[in-house]
Structures are given as C-alpha cells and as structure tokens.
Design a protein around this ligand. Structure first.
Ligand code: GCW
Length: 716
C-alpha cells in the first residue's frame, strides 16, 4: 500500500505496506466467519473492509468482498441450515455481506478467523468480563477469534489484529481482553470555518474552507485513523465559536453536517459541535442569553429538538463560555451550572450531553497584584457548584490550572470535584510545546497527569481513576485532546508529531500503556520495522519533553513565550501579563508564591497535596517555581543553586536537541526520503529555537541576578 494515497495524503500508521507474514497468513486463507453481527451494520462493514484492506496490503492476500460474503453466508448456513445466499449474489455489495446476518454459530475447530458478538459482561478466555466497546482476541490452534459486545468493540478488535500484523508479530497464542478505560475518548478540533485552525501547525482545516464544510475521501481516512486508535467522539469546530460557525446548527449547514456525522458513525465515532452560548442573540433574534430567560430556554429546547432530529449520531455539544471574550452565564449574573444545566435540559430528551469547559478566568486580571492568581480561577469558578450539574453535563478540565504548559501541577478540580462528571482535556497540538516544529513527545506528560494521586477517594484517586468512572461510578466521563492535525500531507506538520496523535488515542483507550510501549507499536507501523529506526526514533522521542522543558522553562515557571503566537522565547512577553510580572523575577529571585502566605492556590488541593506544595522542603522540585518565590542562591536537591540550574539546564537542553538532530541524520536511507527531509528540516529550526531560548533565558536571569555562571560559559 503506497503510504501516500493517490489523493495526496499519508496513511500514517494505516499504511499497510508489505509485512513479514510471521505465520499470520493462515488465519485468512479461509473466509472469516461473522457470528451474531449484522453485516449490514455500517460499523461492521467498516471493520470488514478494514480487515480486507489490511490483510491485502500487508500479507498480499485477497480477502475479496466475495470471501467475506461467503463467510457471512457460511455463518448463516451453520446457524439455520438454510442454503445461504451465494457469494456472487452478495459478493458485489460493499462488504459482500449477505442480507441475512442472523445469529450464526461457528463451526467447530475450523481454522481461520471468527468474529463473534457476545453479551456485554461475558467472561472471556482471559477471565475478564467484556465491557462496552471492548474486545477479546484469542487464538487456539489456528483458530483466531475476536469477540465483542458491540460493533465498536469488533472494529477495535480488527484494528488490534492489524496492529499485530503491522508490527510483524505473531498472532499465535494471542489471548487478550481490551476494555476501554475511558467511556469518552474524544478529539477536539479548534478548526474555524474559514479553513484556519486556531493553534494549528499542520496546514489548514480538512473540515472547513471558505465558510463551508469540506467532505471528501480524506474525511473518511481521518475517521479510519481515529477509529484505529479507539477514538469514539469528535468535535469538529473551534470552541471559540465565531461568525459562520454559529450557524452550524441551522439549515444553512445541516445537510453537510449530517453527511459528516454519518461518516463518523461508520467508524463508531459520536459527532459533537462546539456551540456559541450567545446563539439565541445571533440566531434567535432574542436580546439575551440569560439561562433563566424563558425565551432563551424555549429557543434552545426547540433548537436542540431540531438538531437531534436532523443529525443522526449527534452526541451533544462542547461549550466554552465566560472565557477570553466568549459570552456566558456570568454576563447575566448566573453561575456556570445555571448555563450548563439549561442546555443539558434541552438535550436530555435525546440522550445528549453537554461538555462544559472549566477554562474560565479573567484574562484581563492585573498580574501586578500579588494576590490575584490566574491559576486559582478554574477551581474558584467551579468548585462551589460541585453536585449542582445535571447528570448529562460533563466538566472538561485542562490538565493544569494555567494553559497547557510544558509542565504544570495537575488541576485541583480533578479529584477536587467529588459529585460532578469530569473529563480531562489535554493539548496534543503543540501550542506551547514547539508548534510541531520542535520534537516534543507528550505522552510521558499525559502519563504523569493520569497517574497523579488526587487523594479524593482511597484506592481510586488517580486522575485515571476519576476520568474512567472508577472513582464515582459514572459513565459520562473520559478524556479529550485538542488535536494536532491539519491538511498537511502528513497530517501533523512534523512526521514525528504523529506519535502524539497515535499515542493519545492508544492511551485514552488503555491508560496502563507506557509511553515506550506506544512507540513500540507506532514506529514499526508508521515508519519501519528496522531495529535501528526503532532505536533511534525512541531515543529521540522518549526524552524530548524533558529536553524541551530544559531549554525553555525551568522548574514549572512556564510561559516566557512570544505574545499571541506562543512559539519562541520572550521572557516577559506573555500577552495576558502586560507587565512581564507573572514569573515575579527580581534581582534576588523568581517564582510565584502560591502558598497560603501568597495567593493560596496550594490550598485548593486535597491533603496531603496542599501541605506538600505549600512547603519549600516538600514541594516537588520540578514545580518549585510554580509554587514558591525562590532566591537565585537557593540550593536545590542537586546541590546546585537555582541560577546555576537555569544556566546548566538550558545548555544541556540545547545539546540534547543537537544530539537528536544528529541521531536523525543517521537514519538517512532507512526512512522514506520525504520523511527524512521533513524531520531534518524541522530539527534545523528546532536548533535555532533552542539556541534562542538558551541564550535569551540565560542572559535575562544573568542580568537580573548578576550571578556568574560557575562554568564560565558565554552568557551576556
Ligand atoms: O490555550 C489557549 C489558547 C487559545 C484557546 C484557549 C482555550 C481556543 O491560546 O487559542 O482558544 O486557550 O483553551 O479556549
């Protein structure tokens, strides 16, 4: 399978190029048997076609639609002895599946592949109960069986099987049960209808252009990519809903919205839209968006009835309100819960959900006031209404209290809220982490977030516990990523940034996976099974987040980015702090006192986290400057002073980035030329960027502190 389709975009990890058989071909000589699944179901069809496409590309075996039809017919015959529809009758449909589709029975020990539907809760061969959207893959003596309780599970089981083949591993002896850890596993697109993407670094939107919706083969390939990593929800438009986007919930766009929603439905992906909270004003001609105004309530009820009637597969809406200029209930003296619940009541009759973002803060606050603290805002604005939200409201919470920095403490809302549905929001788009120019594999950061102990409930208190539903026993919960894709040929700008796209999906489905295990799948599937490629690419990606942190932002201080663009160094530049004071740097020291003697942010955590952060002695050193104002002469656990740590880490970070670039050069000829050239060119820019960060940060703090570098390096 050519990696770049004739249409001109990559297949990424679904490239299905020729692979070593590893004994897997034998499962596909006989036609697969479909038992219990309806072959006419659109997700089943997608699964069978994907199987056929993968086996054909990787093993060179023609599982033509007819074979699959035969399989389905065979299953019918096995189950009710009727003469099943001949393959040729059904062979020409999309999957060649017969019309019957009744409950079939697998015939004994026939070798080959069996795809079987079983009731949710069925105990699998590995002794686990099968959950919704989960699957089991089990191989005995040449008989490979995928069992699932629903069509999504079947689809994910097929993609699991194809991953094994793509990694040239043997399916023999397989015995796994994979239940998704998170009920909702979503991509959030900050795509604008003019075709631009807010914080997009991979070209333009492939959903929108010229204030209209774009639908083509690429849309379907995107749905395949999402389903292949277990994503089951997508929000197609920017949370900053402006101009034409407000009209996505009107006849002006319904026809294409429905087409788009159906494509995602074929891959088991629920469709969501970001909505404009002030739509009653812009669309309804009402002079209010007050959630208590009867006219507003009636308008949304009617609008949601229309949307759910017209858009099949509609899951609900994502809302950014009262934030960075967006309208919201605060405008009318109402609470965030008032706003969310009004919309929730409007979508409840259709099983809809409202995902309400907690990114609510005053971007015009005066940072010079030592007591005001943007980090406090999320918690202060939402904790008081814990338990006041409807069951079909989910609060979507960024991993940190600020804004997707290379390192932040975990939001105290996660696990702070005890009676409210919560979702985690992370950013795969590299807004503050290198714009997909600099390599920065984010999965290690996401693992830190998921493994963080919130102390909300003994034995089930990690962020992973909370968003999986294990802590509260709720089902409206999960994880979302602001995603990094665009219409670049390679979807993610830098080929290596696809590791974050793939890794987020795999981690959302299985939070136990390690950052390395994910790469052990992704590298062979996207690049090559060559051991040297695996070693070098892992050697670059695994440490790359720490490296990016070293040459940009010491000990959790964050920011120092160019205003508005957020790429490149500007120590005092962050646009919402016009005075360059958020780092509180002066001639004696730096960092923000967020203890109870300062802004009091540390007290927002459950104990013992609050006391841990509050104390200079126990505060984790990687967050020292986030929680404390520290003298430059402060001696760290490493024995270095703070200022020397800043100098050393910035020189180290740059050297590490240089080493990545040199390692990549060694792969010339081992990866496709366009891949090699793309990544090499970006390493060139990354090194320039890293050098700028190193020299600007070191010079700034040398001049601020007047303290010489112990190693006498050139710092001006
Ligand atoms: O990260 C910041 C970005 C904005 C973004 C906002 C948000 C979509 O700078 O571009 O707006 O947060 O998360 O809503």
């Amino acid at each position: 399978m050519a990696n770049v389709t004739e249409n001109g975009w990559e297949q990424l990890w679904l490239r299905y190029d020729k692979k070593v058989d590893a004994g897997n071909g034998k499962y596909f000589e006989a036609a697969p048997q479909l038992v219990g699944f309806d072959p006419e179901n659109c997700v089943v069809r997608s699964a069978l076609l994907e199987l056929s496409r993968g086996v054909c590309g990787m093993l060179g075996m023609q599982m033509k639609a007819g074979d699959i039809a035969k399989a389905v017919a065979g299953a019918d015959q096995a189950s009710n002895g009727t003469a099943a529809a001949g393959a040729d009758q059904a062979g020409n449909s999309a999957t060649g599946a017969s019309a019957a589709g009744e409950q079939g029975k697998t015939s004994g020990s026939q070798a080959g592949l069996v795809l079987k539907k079983v009731p949710e809760g069925t105990l699998t061969e590995s002794g686990k109960a099968l959950k919704a959207q989960g699957y089991a893959l089990c191989e005995n003596d040449g008989r490979l069986e995928i069992t699932a309780a629903d069509e999504n599970g079947l689809l994910y089981g097929i993609f699991h099987l194809l991953r094994v083949i793509s990694c040239e591993k043997s399916l023999s002896g397989s015995n796994v049960t994979c239940n998704p850890d998170n009920p909702l596993r979503m991509f959030n697109h900050w795509d604008n209808m003019d075709g631009s993407i807010e914080r997009g670094y991979s070209g333009r939107s492939f959903f929108f252009e010229n204030d209209d919706i774009v639908i083509n083969e690429r849309t379907k390939d995107y749905a395949r990519l999402m389903a292949s990593i277990g994503i089951n929800g997508v929000v197609i438009n920017n949370v900053n809903v402006k101009q034409a986007a407000t009209w996505l919930i009107t006849d002006r766009f319904f026809e294409k919205v429905v087409q788009l929603s159906k494509i995602f439905a074929e891959y088991g992906i629920k469709f969501f839209l970001s909505l404009n909270y002030a739509a009653t004003i812009e669309l309804g001609g009402i002079d209010s968006a007050d959630p208590f105004d009867e006219r507003v309530i009636a308008w949304w009820k009617a609008k949601m009835q229309e949307c759910f009637a017209k858009i099949p597969n509609l899951g609900g809406f994502l809302v950014k309100a009262d934030s960075e200029g967006r309208p919201g209930p605060f405008t009318y003296g109402r609470t965030q819960a008032d706003g969310a619940n009004m919309l929730a009541d409007a979508v409840a009759p259709y099983g809809g959900i409202i995902i309400w973002r907690c990114f609510v803060y005053n971007c015009r606050q005066d940072w010079r006031d030592r007591k005001t603290d943007r980090a406090r805002a999320g918690y202060d604005n939402f904790i008081g209404m814990d338990g006041d939200y409807r069951e079909n409201v989910i609060l979507q919470i960024k991993n940190g209290p600020m804004d997707f920095q290379i390192r932040e403490p975990i939001s105290p809302l996660l696990g702070g809220l005890k009676k409210t549905n919560q979702m985690l929001e992370v950013q795969v788009a590299q807004e503050y982490t290198g714009h997909q120019i600099d390599v920065c594999y984010l999965i290690p950061m996401f693992k830190e977030v998921l493994d963080f102990h919130t102390y909300c409930k003994p034995g089930a208190d990690t962020v992973a516990d909370v968003i999986s539903g294990r802590t509260m026993g709720n089902k409206n919960t999960g994880i979302a990523a602001v995603i990094n894709t665009g219409n670049d040929v390679n979807w993610t700008g830098n080929y290596l940034a696809a590791a974050n796209l793939y890794g987020f999906g795999r981690l959302a489905f299985n939070t136990e996976l390690s950052a390395e295990e994910i790469l052990d799948e992704w590298i062979p599937m996207q690049f090559s099974t060559d051991a040297e490629v695996l070693r070098v690419v892992k050697g670059i990606l695994l440490p790359s987040r720490a490296t990016y942190e070293k040459y940009t932002s010491p000990l959790g201080i964050g920011w120092m980015v160019t205003p508005h663009d957020h790429y490149g160094c500007s120590v005092d530049g962050y646009e919402y702090d016009r005075w360059g004071t958020y780092h509180r740097a002066d001639h004696l020291g730096m960092g923000v006192d967020r203890t109870d003697a300062g802004t009091g942010y540390a007290q927002q955590y459950n104990e013992p986290n609050a006391s841990m952060y509050n104390s200079l002695e126990t505060c984790p050193e990687e967050l020292l400057l986030f929680f404390h104002h520290v003298p430059y002469a402060h001696v760290l656990k490493s024995g270095k002073t703070l200022i020397q740590h800043i100098y050393d880490s910035h020189f180290e970070g740059y050297k590490e980035a240089e080493a990545f670039a040199a390692a990549w050069d060694g792969l010339q000829g081992k990866v496709e030329e366009r891949v090699f050239d793309n990544v090499k060119e970006r390493f060139g820019r990354q090194l320039y960027n890293a050098r700028e960060w190193r020299d600007q940060v070191n010079s700034y703090f040398y001049r601020k502190s007047g303290i010489e570098d112990e190693k006498g390096r050139e710092i001006y």
